[in-house]
Write a protein that binds this ligand. Structure first.
Ligand code: NAD
Ligand code: TYD
Length: 357
């Protein structure tokens, strides 16, 4: 079958990547969507059971650090667009294993850039009609004080954690490939995502699951830190829009103007889980456990996505209350998925993290 486009999505068996793959496979039967993933602890093919038999979907198990294999794959499948999400993504892990983050997030991104550049340069049309879209995070901008203005596309980079430092370095490489070689790149920086299929080491799925199991809820510090939350399907819609309509070499911030202090968010989660499980109000409040703060814990992230809304007309589709309700329901209905992804290596990691405190 001849496809109109051959799009390589990296990290498609992870949280956000699986939503992007699902959206594109369903929306564009005329595109071939190639999901490239190493399947680390965070990647799980069960995230994509519903699309795995589609004729326009293909999975390739590969490490983004393997330049030779990436280059061969791009030639073989005639890749003309890359949407790059593969990364190590958890701040707490980056504090314990910074080298893994530098390897995947920096060297892996560099391999992918070089493979795309070499392959596209070898074609008669060169970079025409090609796009390399790099997915980044608001954490590269650093931390805001409570009364600071939101992060804009002009905010200087000031990362603090090994995770955000590795993402910042990868963003710089992506922009350098445009400025040096003319690679048609685009970069977006998004706020914290939540929703189905998020690995339950991140705040929202971890806490939903712990409430269900009546385990303690480890709140870092005093729970005063602020995060800006976006429903994952709204991020996936933004990625689709920007991939198709965004301007080459531009940066777009993605966020829904939805800031929450951790402790307030945690109380909403507890209330929602208790209600859906039929527990009396306040039943799980006692699980809140204040623990030692995360090292270098960024106080506040908050993103200004005015440019994306004004220039491309994107806006979030869900109110937060609706998004949290859907999310809690999904985790409560999908215990088997949680059991599957948290068995083995993660169970040992969680034990170790928890006993550290
Ligand atoms: P995730 O940890 O759920 O998934 C990452 C995926 O990358 C996994 O499937 C994993 O197997 C794969 N991967 C890791 N190392 C790899 C390697 N060396 N080669 C190939 N595949 C590899 O992450 P996520 O939360 O879905 O985040 C996806 C992207 O979005 C990341 O680049 C992250 O920095 C960015 N981002 C995430 C958020 C968020 O709130 N989760 C917000 C903004 C930006
Ligand atoms: P997280 O989901 O790890 O995302 P990020 O650190 O990338 O923002 O954490 C969200 C917030 O919740 C962050 O301020 C740290 C806090 N947190 C806890 O208080 N306890 C936890 O067990 C976790 C995982 C996070």
């Amino acid at each position: 079958m001849n496809f109109k486009r051959n799009i390589l999505i990296t990290g498609g068996a992870g949280f956000i990547g699986s939503h992007v793959v699902r959206l594109m496979v369903n929306k564009y039967p005329e595109y071939r969507i190639i999901n490239l993933d190493k399947l680390t602890y965070a990647g799980n093919l069960a995230n994509l059971n519903d699309v795995e038999d589609r004729p326009n979907y293909r999975f390739v198990k590969l490490d983004i650090c393997d330049f030779e294999q990436l280059y061969a794959l791009m030639q073989e499948l005639r890749i003309d667009g890359v949407i790059h999400l593969a990364a190590e993504s958890h701040v707490d892990r980056s504090i314990k294993e910074p080298f893994t983050f530098a390897r995947t997030n920096v060297m892996g991104t560099l391999s992918l850039l070089q493979a795309a550049k070499c392959y596209w340069e070898s074609l008669p049309e060169g970079f025409t009609g090609k796009r390399f879209y790099h997915i980044s995070t608001d954490e590269v901008y650093g931390a805001l004080e409570f009364d600071d203005r939101l992060f804009t596309e002009q905010t200087p980079y000031n990362p603090h954690s090994p995770y955000s430092a590795s993402k910042a370095a990868s963003d710089h490489f992506v922009r350098a490939y445009h400025d040096t070689y003319g690679l048609p790149i685009i970069v977006t920086n998004c706020s914290n995502n939540y929703g189905p299929y998020q690995f339950p080491e991140k705040l929202i799925p971890l806490f939903i699951n712990n409430i269900r199991l009546r385990r303690p809820l480890p709140v870092y510090g005093r729970g005063e830190n602020v995060r800006d939350w976006l429903y994952v399907e709204d991020h996936a819609r933004a990625i689709d829009l920007i991939f198709h309509a965004g301007k080459t070499a531009e940066t777009y911030n993605i966020g829904g103007f939805n800031e929450w202090k951790n402790i307030d968010l945690i109380r909403v989660i507890i209330k929602t889980v208790d209600r859906l499980l039929g527990n009396p109000e306040g039943y799980s409040d006692e699980l809140i456990t204040f623990v030692k703060d995360r090292a270098g814990h960024d106080l506040r992230y908050a993103i200004d996505s005015t440019k994306l809304q004004r220039e491309l007309g994107w806006e979030p589709s869900l109110q937060f209350e609706e998004g949290i309700e859907k999310t809690v329901r999904w985790y409560l209905d999908n215990e088997a998925w949680i059991e599957q992804v948290t068995s083995g290596e993660y169970a040992r990691y969680y034990e170790a993290m928890y006993h550290d405190r």
